[in-house]
Design a protein around this ligand. Structure first.
Ligand code: PLP
Length: 344
């Protein structure tokens, strides 16, 4: 029933596998095959989401131009700004939802990097429109699909070249592994990324790959429950007097709700909202949650919450903005916890 967990670096000559960093192992190849089928391309597994991100940027020649979003994972921002400081490339940031700017910028871009839905502001990019612009100009379009998961969005099917996922999040789903995935529609591009992975040794652990495969078995059930909880909680938060704006692509009031409904098969499990009263009020709220875990990251079975502008590099965000990853708990338990913590 289960994918074997094969903890081997070296295999006896004459079989499908030789040395794990070159050829993989049966466990991580199983993960790649599953992710490849879900995303519709050739998947490569990495030691972490960031290892997968770095492998994509490593494809770029010196002097390349990168176009990337104003809202994305801060680790990606770290890669772009460090490379820019070192004179490896130039870059331009564009608001996630500003399709006209993305389409214009495609003409001069070697790499277009997009995260949609974006994290933590949950903006939606018009991927098909941007993909057709990038096809015309020949730039590489890479999409961070971590928040959507392959169940809600398959970037390659709408014209992206690379779909990247931090499998640490929803794929694993239990806060117990680090793993990253790239999926490419074009085998030549996949081969180039595999070369980077080989040279850098950024390969996944076998236990992590095994756990990620096991996580995939319940991904759809977890997403279904957590998304239903998120829809419900977002609607209740809107009416709460201690809460300002609520960001969730599933709400009709979200500025790109129609686009989200067109592009996504589900609106995700992350709800970001402003606690009235700024940083102090938000921190006091976070100190009162009991069931919801005050912790970073997302995508797991348990609900987690944090104030994003408290994270180094995220100071530009609204001071009272909290990002909640809604888990699979009973929604009434979650609401009781939010309501009592907001009342303090
Ligand atoms: N992309 C997104 C959207 C993320 O949220 C993260 C991690 O938080 C990453 C990439 C990096 O993944 P990892 O932590 O597995 O290296």
């Amino acid at each position: 029933m289960n994918t074997p967990l094969v903890p081997a670096s070296t295999f006896i000559n004459g079989g499908d596998f030789g040395y794990a960093r070159d050829d993989g192992t049966p466990t991580w190849v199983a993960l790649e095959q599953l992710m490849g089928r879900l995303e519709g391309g050739t998947a490569l597994a990495f030691a972490s989401g960031m290892a997968a991100v770095a492998a994509v940027f490593e494809l770029l020649p010196v002097g390349a131009h990168i176009v990337w979003p104003d809202d994305c994972y801060q680790g990606v921002a770290g890669v772009v700004t460090a490379g820019e400081r070192q004179g490896r490339w130039t870059s331009r940031r564009i608001p996630v939802a500003d399709t006209v700017q993305w389409v214009d910028a495609a003409a001069s871009a070697d790499l277009i990097w997009i995260e949609s839905p974006s994290n933590p502001l949950l903006s939606i990019a018009d991927l098909p429109a941007i993909a057709s612009a990038s096809r015309r100009t020949g730039s590489i379009l890479a999409v961070d699909n971590t928040l959507a998961t392959p169940l809600n969005q398959r970037p390659l099917a709408v014209g992206a070249d690379i779909s990247m996922t931090s499998a640490t999040k929803f794929i694993g789903g239990h806060s117990d592994l680090l793993c990253g995935i790239t999926v490419c529609g074009d085998d030549e591009l996949a081969t180039r990324i595999a070369e980077v992975r080989l040279l850098h040794g950024a390969t996944p652990g076998n236990l992590e790959a095994y756990l990620a495969v096991r996580g995939l078995r319940t991904l759809s059930l977890r997403m279904e429950r957590a998304q239903a909880n998120a829809v419900d909680l977002a609607a209740r938060l809107v009416d709460h007097p201690a809460v300002g704006s609520v960001r969730y692509p599933g709400m009709p009031a979200h500025p790109q709700h129609e686009l989200a409904a067109r592009l996504l098969d589900g609106f995700g499990t992350i709800v970001s909202f402003d606690v009235n009263g700024g940083a102090r009020a938000a921190d006091s709220f976070l100190s009162q949650v009991r069931l919801i875990v005050h912790a970073t990251s997302f995508g797991s079975v348990e609900s987690t919450i944090e104030r994003r502008s408290a994270i180094p590099g995220q100071e530009h965000l609204p001071a009272g903005l909290v990002r909640m990853n809604v888990g699979i708990e009973d929604v009434e338990d979650l609401w009781r916890d939010l309501d009592q913590a907001l009342a303090v």
